[in-house]
Design a protein around this ligand. Structure first.
Ligand SMILES: [Zn+2]
Ligand SMILES: [Zn+2]
Ligand SMILES: [Zn+2]
Ligand SMILES: [Zn+2]
Ligand SMILES: [Zn+2]
Length: 323
């Protein structure tokens, strides 16, 4: 919620009198005959007052009579104030008086729009022609704005290039020896909820692990990654990094407490966001940093602290002993 700088409506007080050679004009210092004006208990010739003393609107430069708005010691006609000085709503273009909302992207708008328009699930913009060039209802409870839709991942092409990029990024910090050819399937939110035994709104993917044992010994491990479809490329890559971190833990037989596990995997997402020079990546990283989810948010901050103290290689060595 934001409030514009305080502006109060004032009334210019003028008194008109008639004299037969009484007071002196406070502007030209000559005596006044006939009609004169009094303002601030000083007297003026009508013309002296109008041409030299009467305040002018800081917007249109015309004389101010009667009501005016004062802002930063400047005076405005009430209509000039509303039409030119008050900020405009980025959605309906109407003047924003009183309280209004802003989003991360610098848009200002009337608060009633927030309850009338759907919010984009990935960038938090309110979906409309003016802010996002429209958008889509994905049919599984999610909304995607026109801006996020431009890079959405729903097919193989971006998926393949993303796998190579994310693997390289993880390896650069020592998260390596991931098995080749891990199957990745794009799913909608309904399918994701069915796959995961536990579901949180902070989840955008799920990794199914299978382990085959013979005589009590593990003979093979398999992971299958599921990721929400239609996410913008940057977020898709961040979720892929998160899921590959799960594979890393599984391959090493590390069964961590949920906050340590999800916090650790989110370090992979953060790696992608920090490697991507865009405002969107910054926004998603901020989302991780502010999340109140006990695992994905609080766990992430706990593991960020561990990483900052230890660095990547020592963190990876000591994962199993973090409490
Ligand atoms: Zn005068
Ligand atoms: Zn004006
Ligand atoms: Zn509006
Ligand atoms: Zn969006
Ligand atoms: Zn996870």
């Amino acid at each position: 919620m934001h409030r514009p700088a305080l502006s109060i409506l004032f009334l210019l007080a003028l008194f008109i009198g008639v004299t037969l050679g009484g007071p002196k004009c406070n502007y030209c210092n000559k005596s006044i005959k006939g009609n004169y004006l009094t303002a601030d208990s000083k007297s003026y010739h009508k013309n002296c007052y109008r041409d030299h003393v009467q305040p002018r609107c800081a917007q249109c430069n015309d004389l101010i009579e009667g009501q005016y708005n004062l802002l930063d010691e400047k005076m405005y006609h009430p209509t000039c104030y509303i039409n030119h000085i008050v900020p405009r709503c980025d959605i309906c273009n109407g003047p924003l008086q009183g309280t209004y909302l802003t989003d991360y992207w610098g848009n200002l708008f009337h608060d009633h729009h927030a309850s009338e328009l759907p919010e984009c699930n990935t960038c938090g913009r309110w979906i409309c022609e003016e802010l996002t060039g429209g958008g889509f209802e994905l049919g599984d409870g999610r909304f995607l704005c026109g801006i996020c839709n431009e890079t959405e991942v729903s097919g193989d092409f971006l998926l393949e290039s993303s796998i190579a990029y994310v693997r390289r990024l993880l390896e650069s910090n020592g998260v390596n020896n991931l098995p080749p050819d891990i199957p990745i399937t794009l799913v909608d939110q309904r399918q994701l909820k069915e796959l995961a035994s536990y579901y949180s709104d902070a989840m955008h993917g799920f990794t199914d692990h299978n382990m085959q044992t013979r005589n009590g010994r593990v003979v093979s491990r398999d992971s299958h990654i599921y990721i929400l479809s239609h996410m913008p490329l940057t977020m898709f890559r961040a979720v892929l990094a998160h899921e590959l971190m799960h594979v890393y833990l599984f391959e090493r037989g590390l069964d961590l407490r949920s906050d340590i596990r999800e916090g650790f995997c989110n370090l992979g997402s953060a790696m992608v966001y920090k490697d991507t020079p865009s405002e969107y990546a910054k926004f998603r990283l901020l989302n991780l940093e502010k999340s109140q989810d006990p695992d994905y948010g609080i766990g992430y901050r706990k593991m960020t602290g561990e990483l900052n103290r230890k660095g990547w290689s020592y963190l990876l060595e000591t994962l199993g002993s973090i409490r």
